[in-house]
Ligand binder design. Structure first.
Ligand code: T1G
Length: 696
């Protein structure tokens, strides 16, 4: 909090300003200062009204999430807000920007609320595996009703000023100087002699007990399985049926249950892991315009991200037909985002205007960044980078979107390897938030920093990784996939594999993902992979399907069949037979494999490969691996990512399980990584190892 103290007087109105950069989180010192100030101004006879406001870019973004892993420190927020609400003088909240979680609850404990047009008000606690624990579940429905409270708290997405006013949460909009407007209104209220309007004293809206059960049943099964969503519904149901104080106490109990859950610890871990420090601006070059080479699915997706992210982009393709298709895809995707309200009209128009097309590579001459997304073949990419090295101006960053190939081999062809980096986008590139920024042996700090800065600028998460086959994400995917492929030969059906991993929480099963991405892509990449294991079983099922032209959704057949108008995914007995024949040919006796074994083998393969990647320095931290897998591969966020998940299991147990798998299946693939084995012996964790390295 700023030294001058949080309270200033504007005549007979006291203004308390939250000033705890960067987001005015309600840390212990802030709570203590607020409580002391309320006590003081409420007792000060010269003060007739109070205004609460936030300094900087928002009102208050909630409780200080970092404090949740420490012992609780008084005063606790519920008590502070009860004291605030009890004030004998009108208290007006002046809201702008991020007004989230405990920040929104603070606003609800005030007697009146006004806001500026940039308001983003919400209850994102569920995204942290929590529920509003400071009275939001009791106060919000008294203003906005049950349906709105249920929707806002289970979805965790903020709303703007218009819906906030329409729902009765915010009383009025203030344009111009927000705090001055709030002070004037507060003085008006004091002059009117209006008693404080305490939300807790407002009547409880009528409800049907069944409506909460119905709401819970209507939640997706994946949400119902988590601790927080059902407890949010229960806390709101308690607010409908219990007296206010009892409902507040019940909500607090449910909050503490969530707080202690491994799911919330996992989501809180990810919250901070995804907030990597920005690259050193001293090394970031300006990027006013970019070019994307290859107008296919990935190229046009990358062009959309750049254009909607504020960067002018030229989409380049040698074939007119392909270029037209790419530009059409760009335009229709931006149009759809505008239709769905994801982009407002001005932003959509600006994004469309930023995109141009070109049939010639010479178009790269004036740009600051090139992202190459042509066919995944080393010879083709080297030929392109050879030309890029000549045509691009000095200082232009030359990025390749390869998902597996050797960055150094590509960079060498450009004649200016210092400018070459990997920017590995994930499909669909305009949707997926993750970009692996790959450093080649000679990539300069400027090129790496610029690629990371552009990635953040277009609203994505940049994770720097080293240059190795498949970098971090795909390299781990090969270990994860290896096990599912082996288990299919051993008798598990493709759909059983997918079901087990989806029940574990994966967004999609690996076979369904393979069919979506196209089995020909992986088949091609494995052909180019020099160091792949010399094992006839390795990806034998996928390769066989590809050999037979079963590329997945694009060919209507893959691991599954995609028949009928809806192209429904259905198991295909032909595949089961095909696998049985391959198993027979390889001398593998098939058996029943239970879901537990499927999950154990696939997930521990991830963890073990992740540990090897850390040892090799291909990933800088376990956090980065968790962010890559949760944002690029659909690993369940409520498990925190493979490395955090392993820590929750306990590394010695993980190593014991891996050794048991080695005894059963041989240690060709099941040798515990050195780092993992060492940490297990030391009784340590990946998180502890990371902290130790950070401390130097
Ligand atoms: N606590 C601690 N640190 C926080 C924080 C928080 N609530 N919110 C942000 N930060 C840090 C973040 O780690 C980063 O730090 C910096 O601020 C900028 O954040 C009692 C239980 C507000 C929309 O879930 O959604 O209240 O990396 O990079 O993109 O019922 O931050 O610079 O060191 O994200 O502009 C509920 C979480 C808490 C909101 C701004 N509140 N924050 O986004 O910046 S639980 C939330 C956000 C609660 C009550 C319950 C976003 C933002 P660093 P940033 P941004």
């Amino acid at each position: 909090m700023n030294a001058g103290g949080p309270v200033r007087r504007d005549g007979d109105v006291a203004v308390f300003t939250f000033d705890n950069p960067p987001v005015n989180a309600l840390s212990q010192p802030v709570r203590a200062a607020l409580l002391d100030s309320i006590e003081a101004v409420d007792a000060d006879r010269a003060v007739r009204a109070i205004v609460l406001a936030g300094a900087g870019r928002g009102f208050v973004a909630g409780a200080d999430v970092r404090e949740f892993d420490r012992p609780p420190a008084e005063p606790m927020l519920p008590a502070v807000l009860s004291r605030l609400e009890a004030c004998g003088k009108p208290v007006v909240a002046a809201l702008h920007g991020a007004t989230l979680g405990g920040g929104a609850e603070t606003a609800l404990a005030c007697h009146y609320r006004c806001a500026s047009g940039d308001l983003q008000l919400g209850f994102p606690e569920v995204n942290l595996g929590l529920l509003p624990g400071a009275g939001g579940t009791v106060r919000l429905p008294r203003l906005a009703g049950w349906q709105a409270a249920l929707d806002l708290m289970t979805a965790g997405r903020p709303i703007g000023i218009d819906p906030a006013i329409a729902l009765g949460i915010v009383d009025r909009r203030v344009d111009g100087d927000l705090v001055a407007g709030a002070v004037a209104w507060a003085r008006e209220l004091a002059d009117s002699g209006m008693p404080p309007r305490r939300v807790l004293d407002l009547p409880v809206p009528p409800s049907r007990p069944a409506q909460f059960e119905e709401y819970l049943r209507a939640l997706p099964a994946s949400a119902r399985r988590l601790p927080a969503p059902p407890r949010i519904v229960e806390a709101l149901a308690s607010a409908a049926m219990l007296p206010a104080e009892a409902a507040l106490a019940r909500a607090r109990t449910l909050f503490l249950e969530c707080l202690a859950s491994v799911e919330s610890r996992s989501l809180r871990h990810l919250f901070f892991a995804e907030r990597r420090p920005a690259p050193d601006p001293a090394f970031v070059r300006d990027v006013g315009r970019a070019a994307v080479l290859g107008a296919g699915t990935m190229g046009s997706g990358i062009a959309i991200s750049l254009a909607t992210g504020g960067i002018g982009v030229t989409l380049v393709d040698a074939k007119q037909e392909a270029l037209d298709a790419g530009l059409t895809r760009v335009k229709s995707t931006i149009d759809a985002a505008e239709r769905k309200g994801r982009l407002d009209a001005a932003a959509a128009t600006a994004a469309r205007a930023r995109v141009q097309g070109s049939l010639t590579l010479a178009a790269v001459a004036g740009v600051d960044l090139v992202v190459e997304a042509v066919f995944e073949n080393l010879a083709v990419k080297r030929e392109v980078f050879g030309r890029l090295g000549e045509l691009a101006k000095p200082g232009t960053v030359l990025a390749t979107n390869t998902s597996t190939l050797d960055i150094d081999a590509i960079a060498a062809a450009s004649g200016r390897p210092a400018d070459v980096v990997g920017m590995h986008f994930f499909s669909p590139a305009n949707v997926m938030r993750l970009v692996e920024v790959v450093r080649g042996r000679q990539s300069s700090r400027e090129a790496l920093a610029t690629a990371q800065a552009v990635t953040r600028r277009i609203g994505k998460i940049a994770i720097p990784v080293g240059n190795a086959f498949g970098f971090v994400g795909n390299r781990m995917l090969y270990a994860y996939g290896r096990e599912k492929e082996l288990m299919m030969l051993e008798g598990a059906s493709p759909e059983a594999i997918d079901r087990a991993l989806q029940d574990f929480g994966m967004a999609m099963g690996p076979n369904a993902v393979g069919d979506l991405a196209g089995l020909d892509i992986g088949f091609q990449a494995r052909k180019e992979w020099q160091e792949k294991p010399d094992d006839p079983r390795f990806y034998r099922v996928s390769d066989r399907l590809a050999e037979l032209g079963r590329f997945g959704q694009k060919s209507g057949r893959g691991f599954y069949r995609y028949d009928g108008p809806g192209k429904e995914r259905v198991p295909d007995p032909e595949v089961t037979e095909l696998i049985r024949v391959e198993a027979d040919r390889l001398g593998i006796k098939q058996r029943d494999i239970d879901p537990g074994e499927i999950v154990t083998r696939c997930i521990l393969a991830l963890v073990n490969e992740g540990a090897r990647i850390l040892e090799a320095g291909i990933a800088e931290s376990p956090d980065d691996i968790d962010v890559i897998w949760c944002n690029g591969y659909g690993f369940p966020r409520h498990r925190g990512g493979p490395m955090f998940y392993a820590d929750t299991l306990g590394l010695s147990g993980v190593v014991d399980s891996i050794r048991a798998l080695a005894r059963e299946h041989g240690n060709r693939y099941w040798e515990p990584a050195g780092l993992l084995a060492r940490l297990a012996v030391e009784g340590a964790t990946f998180a502890g190892w990371q902290a130790g390295r950070a401390a130097g």
